[in-house]
Design a protein around this ligand. Structure first.
Ligand code: FDA
Length: 310
């Protein structure tokens, strides 16, 4: 628990970020979780996964952008990767995931408006390419804004998906609001360091909340995206889908690139839709820290590789 909190705090440290980011992306621990730095490497990773019977969500790493030009650059980068995916004929099996704080949400008073404009530009490009966008969910202070932006963008692009985090006390209510027809909701446990006033702290409470949320989404009219590597939750999701007469293809499983790849292929082999979330880009530091925080053994391996390097 202490290590997890330390790593999640480190994810926000600019000094540590500078130190760790000088590691080449080829370092084993980074390449386990990140597909590469360029759009071409991301498209190549998508091609390999699709050839294995999986589907993909590409995420260009970057968050908490405080500079308007950076937000525009990120927006253009999404247009580029969507174009490359379309040219490669991969958009049927690949959508994109997007952190709104990377395209303007964190830019102060005008932030939400800038994020809406940029998100709409990306959603239009995705629609033209024959695919969709899902908005990632960041720390709890951004949830209201993210859901409001989702509402706005869905007016013209109703296929735009959202992420909800089961660890937040509010999420069952958000699940009820979003369990309607055509709504795509990715349910995850939640990866940020949140206070007890807004989030469950114990694993068991988070897992129970996840099941309650899953029940709402599976019983609803939308398209649940079950984002977890937890074997018990994967099993419960399958049972709930059966209970609600959901056919395969009316929901999907999602896992992160590099985590439980055998399980991803096993589920796909059974006929389930399995989407792999594939991050790429040079802004991998906070993403990597969150992955390390989820598993102490990852952190140990990473710290050893830093020490060996120095
Ligand atoms: P849990 O952490 O309990 O792990 C269950 C098992 O999975 C572990 O026992 C281990 O076997 C394996 N595992 C999990 N994490 C691992 C790791 N890092 N390394 C190695 N093995 C690991 N969060 C968020 O706040 N906002 C978001 O937008 C998203 N988006 C998102 C998309 C997708 C597709 C996924 C799968 C996850 C996210 N997340 C996220 C992250 C999510 O909130 C959560 O932190 C991780 O998925 C880990 O939680 P699990 O449900 O896997 O359970």
């Amino acid at each position: 628990m202490v290590l997890r909190q330390g790593l999640l705090t480190a994810a926000r440290s600019r000094r540590l970020k500078k130190l760790v980011s000088t590691m080449p992306v080829s370092s084993a621990i980074v390449t386990r979780f990140v597909a590469g730095e360029t759009a071409d490497e991301a498209v190549e990773a998508a091609r390999r996964l699709i050839a294995d019977g999986l589907t993909v969500s590409l995420d260009r790493l970057g968050e908490d952008t405080r500079d308007r030009e950076d937000a525009e650059r990120t927006t253009k980068a999404y247009l580029t990767v969507l174009d490359r995916l379309a040219r490669a004929g991969l958009t049927r099996g690949t959508e994109v995931s997007l952190k709104l704080s990377s395209i303007g949400q964190a830019l102060g008073v005008d932030g939400d408006k800038i994020a809406v404009d940029n998100a709409r530009t990306i959603a239009l490009a995705a629609q033209n390419a024959g695919t969709t966008v899902t908005f990632d969910m960041e720390d709890h202070t951004t949830v209201d804004s993210t859901l409001a932006i989702l509402h706005e963008v869905r007016r013209d692009f109703p296929q735009t998906g959202a992420v909800l985090q089961a660890y937040l006390h509010r999420t069952e209510r958000d699940c009820r609001d979003l369990a309607h027809q055509d709504s795509r909701v990715r349910l995850c446990k939640g990866a940020y360091h949140e206070p007890p006033s807004v989030a469950y702290q114990k694993r068991i409470d988070v897992d129970r909340a996840y099941v309650r949320c899953l029940k709402i989404l599976m019983a609803g009219q939308g398209y649940p995206m079950v984002a977890t590597h937890d074997p018990r939750l994967v099993e419960i999701a399958g049972a709930l889908a059966m209970r609600h007469d959901r056919s395969r293809g009316s929901y999907e499983f999602q896992m992160l690139y590099g985590i439980r790849p055998d399980e991803q292929r096993r589920l796909a082999g059974l006929g389930d839709t399995v989407r792999v979330y594939v991050p790429y880009g040079d802004q991998w530091y906070p993403y990597l820290m969150r992955r390390l925080a989820e598993r102490p053994s990852n952190a140990g391996f990473f710290l050893r590789s830093l020490v060996t390097r120095s």
